[in-house]
Write a protein of this length. Structure first.
Length: 276
């Protein structure tokens, strides 16, 4: 990366989004092993990606890596067999992370801990951040659970950004896009707080019909549903269905007495049957 092409003049103001893919411990007390590191360096003023780096990492004990993965692009033992060990890429990782602002999803509790462990195992000090932005904490506080939960996969799905691949470089780029979308929503809501703020909350409370709701509709809801037009427009009844029979009978008697007309009486009876 050439300094003249960088929109950010100060190295410490650059943000590095990074992510680790690791083994999943099968038993209590078993450690995590780093299998992949991915990072992008971003200028916070223009959100331009200045640099990217990703590498698979071979753990010292290959038996901890699964032979197969449930994910289509998951990391398997075969994929990391010829990858470099952490000590071979440690200098590159150190150079990307050290002195920059660190950003990522749940990095405080997970990724930062794994980085410290990996450097400590080598007997050397790890990189030090100029600051830290954990999107999990920020979005939990500012954006809330309108996506259902705070998982990156859920947030990405909420904005139609595709499926999370659980590969480091793809995930950090998705992380940045999720932040952009969330920031835009929050900016718009802050611009028109009385109009926009809270709309997503009311929308999230809208329920759909389920098996548990069948048979629990009120009479008025059931009547309105049955008389819905093909376009879904509800037509309210201009009368109370319970009083329809009495009203029709009264009109029938009045007209029959006034006219003495048997065909007219038959017509009214037919109309009454249709209205029931």
């Amino acid at each position: 990366m050439e300094g003249s092409s960088s929109p950010c003049q100060d190295h410490t103001s650059e943000i590095v989004f990074f992510d680790l893919e690791t083994t999943v411990p099968k038993t209590a007390g078993q450690r995590f092993y780093v299998l992949e590191f991915g990072a992008i360096v971003v200028c916070p003023r223009k959100l331009v990606e200045l640099q990217s780096y990703t590498t698979l990492i071979r753990p010292k004990d290959l038996s901890v890596v699964p032979l197969r993965s449930n994910r289509s692009e998951g990391i398997t033992r075969q994929r990391v067999t010829d990858a470099p060990g952490f000590e071979e890429v440690a200098d590159k990782i150190f150079g990307i992370l050290n002195g920059r602002i660190w950003a990522g999803h749940n990095i405080k509790r997970f990724d930062c801990v794994r980085i410290r462990e990996a450097f400590s195992e080598m007997g050397r000090p790890g990189p030090v951040p100029a600051g830290m932005i954990d999107s999990l904490g920020v979005l939990t506080q500012k954006f809330g659970t309108r996506a259902g939960n705070m998982k990156m996969a859920s947030l990405a799905s909420y904005f139609g950004l595709g499926q999370q691949k659980h590969r480091s470089l793809d995930d950090v780029r998705m992380n940045l896009e999720v932040l952009k979308h969330c920031a835009t929503v929050l900016f718009l809501e802050s611009s028109l707080p009385e109009t926009l703020t809270g709309n997503w909350q009311s929308a999230s409370r809208i329920t759909t019909r389920s098996r548990s709701n069948i048979g629990k509709l009120s009479c008025r809801e059931e009547s309105s549903r049955k008389l819905s037009s093909p376009l879904g427009i509800q037509k309210p009844l201009p009368y109370n269905r319970g009083s329809l029979g009495k009203m029709t009978e009264t009109v029938t008697n009045i007209l029959y007495k006034a006219q003495g007309n048997q065909p007219l009486n038959n017509l009214l009876k037919h109309s009454q049957a249709l209205l029931r």
